[in-house]
Ligand binder design. Structure first.
Ligand code: CAA
Ligand code: NAI
Length: 698
């Protein structure tokens, strides 16, 4: 329950907000805050006011769960205006995280004193598809300057107390007790006129020429979609010409407009879905986590080094084992190069890079892994090799160690069966480049112990990944859906959509990269080897003809300078008439009559193949929730968060019934690959949605 407590320290009233877990400014807290300020203002014995929060949070902002309901008084903007209007000096003692409405509340206070270890200060609303709605677009530029505010608001970036002080957001950084420092600061202000940022007018001469035009021009592929970034820029520009009340009115109108956009709904869904994914049914907080302090990796190839970097960046000591000195040296060099590049790009300091490198132990001895609390195998994708390695690891790994495989296709149950401790075995399926991609598919095998699942989930968070549970099947969740998507892309190629048309349509819709360009980036030989091993027949064999021929021409993608596209020294893709001719010739030999395929059909067919496979996966219990599937696509496959994910698209944009009808129509036209998922058929008949199905499982 939200409470606000006022304590008097001499003639300073200290108002403390307490609304666990994050001091969100829900209705209850706003009511109590207004009462507390009214009382402090009315109390003649109070000469100054300090506002602070309890725990690690000053306040994480508006309560996002209230966004769908009508707002109730006192509205946050009015409450903040009321605090700013106070005639007694008001000092925010920013004890920790101050985000969104929380930072806007601090900006309404006349001064801000922040704890030295406050690391999350910012206006992240853009990430929820909205703009700050309680004066943030008006007060932040007045406090820190227009250019800085524009950067903070359009990226939603967090800054720490020191940076806050450097840019003028924070008046004082407190080394020790932040409330005591704020009380002392407040006492110094008694008798002086309060400094109200809202009353300041911005000096237009301080704004670099063309700043807003440039900002608008760069919205193009903003991760929050097209609506909120433009609204935020417009509102900040209004702050440069209008007094607070008028600028804030513009902001509020834009806030209402953006809040109602499907992009905002999608981004807010993604926020909660990501947190929901960490909840594993039947595994509560009573399950004790295993202690993971040291990590070992087997294989220093593409994945081993990427995974290694993720752990080193998070501060874990790491042992990495290879079979040859040459492979080991190559892997270590790759890790070092990436750490150095991060220093050059300003992502880490030189000292940090050195410290991380010092935590790396390269080795050619498997026995070196006997001290690791977590061992991750990332050797070639070959079942016989993995089985052999797991049998050895069973002998070497210490009791209670988690033994994980990064396999992307193989049966984790079969791998676990090579050990006498299958309960300790789990799939930790990272995505390439593993130091960057956020998704971690946590593959729960038949015998994986609950504490291994819970520990894997906690580790994902520690290394900055989004952990999502998947069951064992070919391709698990993400890649199994990707296979259906890739299959449709090949069908469309033969039917007449050229690579640049397919990639162009999907990228214009918001995908980070089209599927054929991704193939060129990842290397076309990977899929080629899998196809050859599987000895495809029928339609699948037909669809393999173009990609197989491309590989057989020596075009493996970017690494050979050509794949579906040609690449110059700038690595930019260029359309290649040779590939267009190849696709046409293959279509002709298969007697497929080509036609132009419109962009919206390309997008629809890709989306429906993804969601149809997703529905089968959900029905089979391989994924726990539809929202888990969406979270995988947003974090592992470049699906735009402002589009919610393939399952969200069916629920909210296409509609379940329409999706079922379209899938059936495609099935009638194209046959078995479009066979409708029974779950979609059922939900369409019942008027159900994936979201309602997920809600039933809570
Ligand atoms: N409203 C409601 N619930 C929130 C919330 C918010 N603003 N922020 C966090 N929560 C909830 C989470 O859903 C989670 O709930 P469960 O435990 O039930 O899953 C719980 O609080 C803890 O959150 P995290 O697991 O994310 O904890 P963390 O310590 O890893 O991160 C955080 C904390 C950095 C604050 C992160 O939660 C976050 O980024 N929150 C969103 C902040 C935000 O976007 N604020 C702006 C809100 S919009 C606004 O303020 C509009 C305006 O201008 C008026
Ligand atoms: P890679 O070929 O780049 O690296 C494999 C490394 O393992 C090589 O350096 C090899 O020398 C080493 N190795 C082989 N046998 C070994 C042994 N007995 N002991 C120690 N090291 C040994 O392969 P990549 O791409 O890193 O793949 C590794 C695993 O990760 C595979 O299972 C693959 O399916 C999986 N994976 C790959 C992804 C990708 O995009 N490349 C994505 C997700 C998973």
């Amino acid at each position: 329950m939200a409470t606000v407590e006022t304590q008097k320290q001499g003639d300073v009233a200290v108002i403390r907000m307490d609304n666990p877990p994050v001091n969100a400014l829900g209705h209850g807290l706003r009511v109590e805050l207004e009462k507390a300020f009214d009382a402090a203002d009315a109390d003649a014995g109070v000469k100054a006011i300090v506002l602070t929060g309890s725990g690690r949070f000053f306040s994480a902002g508006a309560d996002i769960t209230e966004f769908r309901a009508p707002m109730k008084e006192p509205f946050l903007p009015r409450l903040i205006d009321r605090i700013e209007a106070s005639n007694k000096p008001v000092v925010a003692a920013v004890n920790g995280t101050a985000l969104g409405g929380g930072l806007e509340l601090a900006l309404g206070c006349h001064y801000r004193v922040a704890a030295k270890d406050a690391r999350q200060l910012g206006l992240p609303e853009i990430k929820l598809g909205i703009l700050p709605g309680a004066g943030g677009t008006q007060r932040l530029p007045r406090a820190v300057g227009v250019e800085q505010a524009l950067q903070l608001i359009t990226t939603g970036a967090f800054i720490d107390a020191a940076k806050g002080a450097a840019v003028g957001l924070i008046d004082k950084v407190a080394d020790g007790d932040v409330v005591a420092a704020a009380v002392a600061f407040a006492k110094e202000q008694v008798g002086k006129p309060p400094r109200r940022i809202g009353e300041k007018m911005i000096d237009k001469a301080s704004i670099p020429a063309g700043l807003f035009e440039k900002a608008r021009a760069s919205i193009g592929r903003h991760p929050s979609g097209p609506v909120a970034p433009k609204a935020a820029i417009d509102a900040i520009e209004a702050a440069t010409v209008l007094p607070l009340a008028e600028g804030a009115a513009r902001e509020r109108q834009a806030f209402a407009e953006t809040s109602g956009s499907p992009y905002a709904r999608a981004l807010q869904y993604a926020f909660f879905a990501e947190r929901q994914a960490a909840n594993l049914p039947g595994i509560g907080p009573d399950v004790k986590l295993r202690d993971v302090k040291t990590v070992g990796i087997l294989g220093a190839g593409t994945m081993g080094t990427g995974i290694g970097l993720a752990f080193l960046n998070a501060g874990f000591p790491l042992t990495i084992v290879e079979t040859t000195q040459e492979a080991l040296d190559k892997g270590v060099a790759r890790i070092k190069d990436t750490l150095d590049a991060n220093v050059k790009r300003g992502r880490a300091t030189e000292a940090q890079a050195k410290e991380r490198m010092a935590k790396l132990t390269p080795s050619l001895e498997l026995e070196e892994l006997s001290n690791s609390d977590l061992v991750i195998e990332a050797v070639f994708e070959n079942m016989a090799l993995k089985k052999e390695i797991f049998a050895k690891l069973d002998r070497i790994a210490k009791p209670g160690a988690i033994i994980a495989t990064n396999t992307s296709t193989l049966d984790v149950n079969a791998i676990a069966a090579e050990t006498k401790r299958p309960q300790d075995v789990v799939g930790l399926h990272f995505f390439s480049p593993a130091n960057i991609m956020r998704l971690l598919e946590i593959v729960r095998a038949e015998k994986t112990a609950p504490d291994v699942m819970a520990t894997s989930m906690a580790i994902a968070k520690k290394i900055g990944k989004v952990g999502v549970q998947a069951g064992v099947c070919d391709g698990f969740v993400g890649n199994r859906m990707l296979a259906a998507y890739g299959n449709e892309v090949q069908a469309m190629n033969l039917e007449g959509a050229m690579p640049q048309e397919i990639d162009g349509a999907l990228e214009a819709w918001g995908m980070a990269m089209g599927p054929l360009a991704v193939g060129d980036l990842a290397g076309l030989d990977v899929g080629y080897r899998v196809r050859k091993e599987r000895k495809l027949t029928g339609e699948a064999a037909q669809f393999a003809r173009v990609p197989d021929k491309i590989v057989e021409m020596g075009r493996l993608g970017q690494k050979t300078g050509a794949g579906y596209y040609k690449y110059g020294s700038d690595r930019k893709r260029q359309v290649d008439p040779e590939i267009e001719a190849l696709i046409r010739a293959e279509a002709e030999s298969l007697q497929i009559k080509q036609r132009p395929i419109p962009a919206d059909e390309i997008v629809e067919r890709c989306l429906l193949r993804l969601a149809n496979e997703g529905a089968k996966i959900l029905d089979e219990g391989i994924a726990l929730r539809a929202s888990d599937i969406d979270i995988m696509y947003l974090n592992g496959y470049g699906f735009p968060a402002w589009r919610g994910g393939p399952m969200w698209q069916v629920d909210n944009v296409i509609g379940m019934k329409a999706a079922a009808e379209k899938i059936k129509a495609y099935e009638a036209k194209y046959g078995a690959r479009w066979k409708i998922a029974p779950l979609i058929e059922r939900l369409a008949a019942e008027g159900g949605t994936f979201a309602a199905l997920d809600a039933k499982k809570k």
